[in-house]
Design a protein around this ligand. Structure first.
Ligand code: COA
Length: 159
């Protein structure tokens, strides 16, 4: 049976932590759809098109990963791409309550879709897109945390 998993997030921008999760799940499922939420409430630094383009270029080497920008409910995006699994990365215990709440609600909305949690690599446990944005906005070095293409995008955006 062909299994498609959807890996959602805001990805503002995609970090090495997200890439690690995408790489690991790409060998677990037949197809991965990295779904990028527009998420205007988070007031993203990179617009949806920029976030999508970066993820597409960076994840190209993983042959079975496609990138989908989406608006609205995650479970609807999952149905659209025929995904039966939602993948979420867990970095620390502090992620757990929130993730349990979201996965429970997603199950209520569509009980055919199962959420699977992947433990983030230890070295990425402290990482988040907003911390990376904060460091970059003050001219700090984020090369350890993001792909060179994201570094370039930061330089273009922040000067
Ligand atoms: N490595 C590094 N950082 C990671 C990570 C990893 N493995 N996994 C998550 N993160 C970071 C993200 O960078 C992000 O950082 P930030 O908050 O500083 O920007 C943070 O953890 C939160 O993760 P993210 O993947 O961005 O999730 P989110 O909480 O912003 O978005 C959605 C979650 C998009 C999946 C959720 O809002 C959603 O499903 N929206 C659609 C609407 C919907 O269906 N709502 C109902 C849900 S019940």
């Amino acid at each position: 049976m062909d299994v498609t998993a959807i890996y959602p997030g805001t990805f503002d921008p995609i970090t090495v932590g997200h890439i690690d999760v995408a790489e690991r799940v790409s060998s677990m499922f037949d197809h991965i759809v990295l779904a990028i939420a527009r998420n205007p409430s988070k007031k993203p630094l990179f617009n949806l098109e920029e976030r999508t383009e970066l993820a597409q270029e960076i994840l190209k080497p993983l042959g079975n990963v496609t990138v989908l920008p989406f608006d609205g409910l995650l479970v609807n995006a999952a149905v659209e791409v025929n995904a039966s699994v939602i993948v979420r990365g867990l970095r620390a215990v502090s992620d757990f309550d929130y993730e349990m709440q979201i996965s429970g609600m997603n199950r209520k909305l569509n009980s055919d879709i199962e959420t699977v949690f992947i433990a983030a690599a230890q070295e990425n446990a402290f990482l988040s897109s907003s911390i990376v944005r904060e460091i970059a906005s003050h001219g700090g070095d984020v090369s350890e945390f993001v792909h060179p293409m994201v570094l370039k995008a930061f330089k273009k955006k922040l000067g």
